[in-house]
Design a protein around this ligand. Structure first.
Ligand code: ADP
Length: 763
């Protein structure tokens, strides 16, 4: 009894249902069961006692149940899933584990059952979930044979599980390279402790042959008790393509951005650079590192940004900055600006730019795309062009004014010459009248000659064909001569002229080009006198270390400060109307400046309108006697006992007559050669010849060649050239060839005597 109670306790304490039945003849009768058995079925112990277990099993499972009981005899025990039917008629799945044993001639069966309804419900749920899962789920064995797949496979690829199983080896669900990759991933997974792979991107080819992108994982699992693999694959085709499209469009955009021929940049509201294209990096000399978040003004080295420690936008002038306002307007009002003309004063240069700005905005960020077209070069070119047009117009204006002026300047002396030579024709002229007329003609001719000289000088200065000589120039003597010339003119007009010489005569001998120096002084003196009506003209020089500074001071009409630099340009006259009064061509100062510069000096002026002007120019002081020894060397010239002769080589009779006439007072015999050959011949025969006046242009043998020959016979003989052209170049050429001196035609008597006096004593 104790034993019975003990076993009852045990079987009632079991978690599932407990049962024991016996086989009698062909009938099964329940003999023992526990409380759970009664509770689950809803029957009382009386209703259960001696009933067959099949009375409580759903009729559809009877056959299966009986078969399982027979199995017990073979195996000793069985497990069977059977549905029971409760008193209320509810069918509940159960898993039974039963065994049998023999006692005498009776066979007892006993076992336990557990309620499977929860488990099956769960399994069903899982199965439904599996089937309806939106991702493709495939269960396969380790060799890749598909064991099970869900509906998504069919929906997304068009293949059923069965079709794939049947056509294994004929249908490829993945492109070959992905298949290979998946195989490797599986091998890797199986050889590791991991439960699943990382996320794998691979492609599926659907039944129509189209490729789709998937991302998925492979998980180790079991299927029907066998190890298997579950592959979960999610279609990412759309995002993959939009991602690709995004990358492509970004690539395209950045290509456009980078290959733009103008500077482009993205900036934030603080005008800091977020991104800048290649052109910008190159154009602004930025390095890849330092442009990020660099303020716009600093990238351009804007002076305003640099002056202020707080940088771009904080400067005093930043409020006026058009660039800043344009960008700000785009940020706050979204206004799109196109090609705003602006300037940026950079530390190194001034930029002219065309600025375009557009707002790029999304929920998170607000950026402005700036396009900066640097038009500095074009602007400068435009300005240059404008200036050169102005200059061209100005020079055109000057040219016509000059021509007008010129024709006046030339006509006046020509009229004088023509008019008075007409008058000379009359026979009833008194000697006084005749000499007056000749005077006028002479003066007019000189005036004309000086105009022609000016024009020649200027064109030679401008073409840079002038050679500068280094000869001994006695500055004091030159001052004296000029004083003599201008004193006469000044006293005619009641103007006092004076000159100052700082050095003594010997010290004043310098190496320079005497002709050019004289021309400068001459120009300045004649201007001083021309523009002065009363008062004085003073000129002279001071020695300042190794320069001589010349001054020519007048109390004339003066020149406005604004005209000071202009008057040195050719054809420039302070005002053309007044020139009518004063005459002139506007070339004098240009020539003076050109000559001064050739001599190694510079020229400038001080002047007050109405008070007068002082022109200054400098000359390098290169003394011939730097050691200041006072005694002058005697030239020790000897005299021939025979009467000395001057040879005049000149093919034009009239010119010879003029020279002969001019030299009739001096105590020399004159010899005349009609061509170069004769000249050479005469020099050979006549030792008494002590000077030759050699015309350059002569028949048979020209002056240069004749001179070459004479040099061979009488190297010490002074030969003076005379030419028909008033070209400075001829003079230079002649001196270079070794001629002692030079006379240009028309030769003036005084000049002739002056030159001869340098080589002969003509007392
Ligand atoms: P020109 O005297 O033949 O007109 P210049 O080149 O010598 O040409 O001088 C240019 C201009 O400069 C003159 O026309 C005159 O207006 C002004 N100028 C030159 N020298 C003087 C001066 N000493 N005083 C006042 N004006 C002068």
């Amino acid at each position: 009894d104790i034993e019975k109670r003990f076993s009852n306790n045990i079987i009632n304490g079991l978690p599932g249902v407990f049962y024991m039945f016996v086989k009698q003849a062909d009938e099964y009768r329940l003999v023992r069961w526990n409380k759970n058995f009664e509770n689950v079925l809803g029957y009382s112990p009386e209703e259960i006692y001696c009933k067959s277990p099949f009375d409580f099993i759903a009729p559809e499972d009877h056959e299966y149940g009986k078969k399982k009981i027979e199995d017990i005899f073979i195996k000793g025990h069985v497990e069977s899933e059977l549905r029971i039917k409760t008193k209320e008629g509810k069918v509940i799945p159960f898993l039974f584990a039963s065994r049998a044993y023999q006692q005498g001639n009776r066979t007892y069966f006993l076992g336990q059952g557990i309620n499977l309804s929860k488990q099956i419900e769960f399994q069903n749920n899982v199965k439904t979930l599996f089937m309806a899962f939106p991702d493709i789920l495939i269960v396969s064995d380790y060799q890749g044979n598909i064991l099970y797949a869900n509906d998504s496979l069919k929906q997304q690829t068009g293949y059923t599980q069965e079709y794939l199983q049947k056509n294994k080896g004929k249908v490829a669900l993945h492109p070959p390279e992905d298949r290979e990759m998946l195989k490797n991933k599986i091998t890797e997974l199986l050889s590791s402790n991991a439960v699943h792979t990382d996320i794998i991107e691979n492609r599926f080819i659907d039944k129509k042959g189209q490729t789709h992108w998937y991302s998925g994982v492979i998980v180790k699992t079991t299927f029907s008790g066998q190890p298997a693999l579950l592959t979960i694959s999610r279609n990412i085709t759309r995002s993959k393509y939009s991602e690709q499209a995004l990358v492509e469009s970004e690539n395209r955009m950045s290509t456009v951005f980078d290959s733009a021929p103008v500077i482009m940049m993205l900036i934030n509201e603080k005008r800091e650079i977020l991104q800048i294209n290649k052109k910008g990096i190159q154009g602004l000399n930025l390095t890849k590192k330092d442009y990020r978040l660099l303020p716009f003004g600093e990238a351009y080295k804007c002076i305003n940004a640099f002056e202020n420690p707080a940088g771009c936008g904080a400067g005093v002038r930043c409020g006026d900055c058009l660039v800043r306002r344009t960008i700000q307007d785009t940020f706050t009002n979204g206004t799109e600006h196109v090609k705003v003309e602006a300037t940026l004063n950079s530390k190194d240069t001034k930029y002219y730019i065309l600025l375009s700005s557009a707002l790029l905005k999304n929920d998170v960020t607000k950026e402005v795309l700036l396009t900066v077209d640097d038009v500095t070069e074009q602007r400068l070119m435009q300005e240059e062009l404008k200036q050169s047009v102005q200059k061209a117009e100005e020079s055109d204006r000057l040219k016509s004014a000059f021509l007008q002026n010129m024709s006046h300047e030339i006509r006046t002396p020509l009229n004088g010459i023509l008019g008075f030579s007409g008058l000379l024709d009359s026979e009833e002229l008194s000697p006084e009248e005749r000499s007056y007329y000749i005077d006028v003609i002479n003066q007019s001719s000189n005036q004309l000659l000086s105009i022609v000289d000016d024009i020649l000088s200027i064109s030679r200065l401008e073409t840079g064909q002038i050679e500068v000589l280094s000869e001994q120039v006695n500055v004091n003597a030159m001052m004296q001569e000029l004083f003599a010339v201008y004193n006469t003119k000044a006293s005619e007009r009641n103007i006092v002229i004076s000159h100052g010489k700082e050095l003594d005569d010997k010290q004043s001998i310098v190496f320079s080009d005497s002709e050019k120096l004289r021309q400068v002084l001459d120009n300045l003196l004649s201007n001083a006198l021309k523009f002065t009506h009363e008062g004085h003209v003073k000129f002279g020089y001071h020695c300042k270390g190794n320069t001589l500074q010349f001054y020519i001071e007048d109390t004339g009409i003066g020149i406005k400060e604004s005209d000071h630099s202009r008057i040195f340009e050719r054809f420039q006259q302070v005002d053309f109307d007044s020139t009518r009064v004063y005459g002139g061509t506007g070339l004098g100062l240009t020539i003076a400046k050109g000559n001064t510069e050739l001599l190694g000096g510079k020229i400038w002026l001080d002047s007050l309108p109405g008070k007068g002007s002082t022109f200054y120019f400098t000359l390098p002081y290169k003394p011939v006697y730097p050691e200041l020894t006072p005694a002058l060397a005697d030239d020790g010239s000897t005299k021939d006992s025979e009467q000395p002769a001057i040879l005049i080589a000149e093919d034009e009779e009239i010119n010879y007559l003029f020279i002969a006439e001019s030299l009739k007072e001096i105590d020399y015999k004159l010899l005349h050669a009609f061509n170069g050959l004769e000249a050479v011949e005469l020099c050979k025969q006549n030792k008494s010849i002590c000077l030759v006046l050699m015309d350059i242009k002569m028949p048979k043998l020209d002056g240069y060649s004749a001179f070459e020959e004479i040099k061979l016979i009488r190297p010490e003989l002074p030969v003076i050239a005379q030419t028909a052209y008033a070209m400075v170049s001829d003079r230079e050429k002649a001196l270079k060839a070794g001629f002692k001196d030079y006379l240009s035609k028309p030769i003036k008597k005084a000049e002739l005597l002056n030159v001869i006096s340098k080589y002969l004593e003509i007392g």
